[in-house]
Design a binder for this molecule. Structure first.
Ligand SMILES: [Mg+2]
Length: 270
């Protein structure tokens, strides 16, 4: 087995997880084995996901349980990217968070002070940070709205309105953001996740490579391929996730490469 020649020029890979390595709870055939081979070729890897519900530690654990020797420094989720971006741009600050424990963990890990609803209601916040939240409710919208109207920076981990699951399509962070936008009369000041170039720029910095040396691999045209284009990187679309061939054919945005699965990056020697 050898790497297809079109991929030989790359020194690093930005890899999506859902739809590339697994679909929900089900691992994609040969995906882990392929990443292992790519690492043996000394390609630098960064897993980049828009999902902010779980922390990087959770992803490290899951990848390891599937048999991949991965370091936490090779994982970037939108929660961690948000935390890094805010720390770098604004230093420390207080945040009201609409999101789950994985997001809170990443924000606190970078020194942000996460407020309770009561604290935020009384004193406002520097940031309102919104990610996917399965416990979303009226009072979270109300607290976020008040803080934003009082001047808090409105930060979205990612804008995905829906995402596919074993149960079918479910609401994503973008649906929560839409509700808070409606109440506060304001769109987010910053969206960190794909297709925004923020998350790719942060990942690139961590990889320490030039952008023309990095290939973005993902299963979605609107986030992975479009995000790579905005960040000035080449993209490989794999068809193991949400995108079907018909959709690709009718799309105005085209990836640089298309394969049925990540495992197709390798070919049998003739
Ligand atoms: Mg995906």
């Amino acid at each position: 087995m050898r790497l297809r020649p079109e991929f030989e020029a790359f020194s690093g890979l930005i890899l999506d997880l859902d739809g590339v390595i697994w679909v929900g709870k089900r691992p994609i055939q040969k995906a882990i084995e392929t990443v292992r081979k790519l690492k043996e070729l000394e390609l630098k890897i960064m897993f980049v996901t828009n999902n902010s519900m779980r922390s990087r530690k959770d992803y490290e654990r899951r990848l390891r349980s599937l048999g991949l020797d991965v370091d936490i420094g090779e994982i970037m989720n939108s929660g961690y990217a948000t935390a890094l971006l805010l720390r770098e741009k604004y230093g420390k600050g207080s945040a009201y968070v609409v999101g789950e424990l994985g997001l809170v963990e990443e924000l606190e890990g970078q020194g942000l002070r996460v407020l309770t609803r009561e604290e935020c209601w009384k004193g406002g916040a520097d940031f309102v940070i919104v990610g996917m939240d399965r416990e979303f409710n009226y009072w979270k919208i109300a607290t976020a709205m008040r803080a934003i109207r009082r001047g808090a920076l409105f930060v979205a981990t990612n804008g995905d309105k829906t995402f596919p699951s074993e149960m079918g399509l479910l609401p994503g962070a973008g649906s929560m953001i839409a509700a808070i936008s409606a109440a506060s009369g304001k769109e987010p000041d910053i969206v960190v996740g794909k297709p925004s170039s923020h998350i790719f720029d942060i990942a690139l910095k961590k990889l320490g490579l030039r952008r023309d040396k990095v290939l973005v691999i993902g299963d979605r045209i609107d986030t992975d391929v479009e995000g790579a284009r905005r960040a000035g990187m080449k993209s490989l679309l794999v068809l193991t996730g949400v995108t079907r061939e018909e959709e690709l054919r009718s799309s105005a945005i085209k990836p640089d490469f298309v394969l049925s699965s990540i495992s197709e990056m390798f070919t049998r020697d003739p």
